[in-house]
Design a protein around this ligand. Sequence first.
Ligand code: ZN
Length: 248
Amino acid sequence: MADIIFLGTNGWYDSPTGSTLCVLVSTDKADIFLDCGSGFFRAHRFVDGKKPVFIILSHLHCDHISGLHVLARMPFTAGLTILVDKGARDKLQDFINHPFTFPFEDLPYTARLADLDTIGNDLPFEIRYLPLVHSDPCLGFRITIDGKTLAFCTDTGYCENAVTLADRSDLLITECSHVSGQEDSAWPHLNPESAARIAREAGAQKLVLTHFDAFRYASLEDRAAAERAAKNIFSESYASYDLMKLHL
Ligand SMILES: [Zn+2]
């Protein structure tokens, strides 16, 4: 059993619709953050730090890591592990340091960076990952915990790896940067229809759209239109909003 709280649901930048992407998966064994955009600032309201905390990063675009600037605000007394692709590790280490933010040594709890490919089974959940299609290297994830499977695929254009990661999952969380019908091969992202197509082809139980581009989705009504477009292809489609909660 997991509680899922969408702490930030914008793509690109903060706007009146919300903060940039961060999803909390709270379980009995661990608190897991999927990406760490600016919505991460709300984390201390939902996490007491008595369980180990993990932050899993898809890629290093700023709307997915800017929340790391707030790490010193958090009560992560049982320790923090940030999981990242090996190729991104050194760049992230630079970001978590002067002059951008605080080094780990200055945090009031233990923190470490870990490579996804070497952390092995030293985790209270199962994780699988595959590359997605984006303008810079980016990973999608399939996480199994307490018998439930969650796929997290953002940022990406339509790709087989997203379908594979979401295969018969209980929940697929994916992005919706483009509006209905919009495509851009030079800047790969999903629209409501391509996101719903991934969920349908994967046989997922439920699809939640998030990472709504702050410029193209200026209002929550625009997100509702995306939800309607996705439901035409996959009926269990829902648009997220900041602080939306669901149970898995
Ligand atoms: Zn993004």
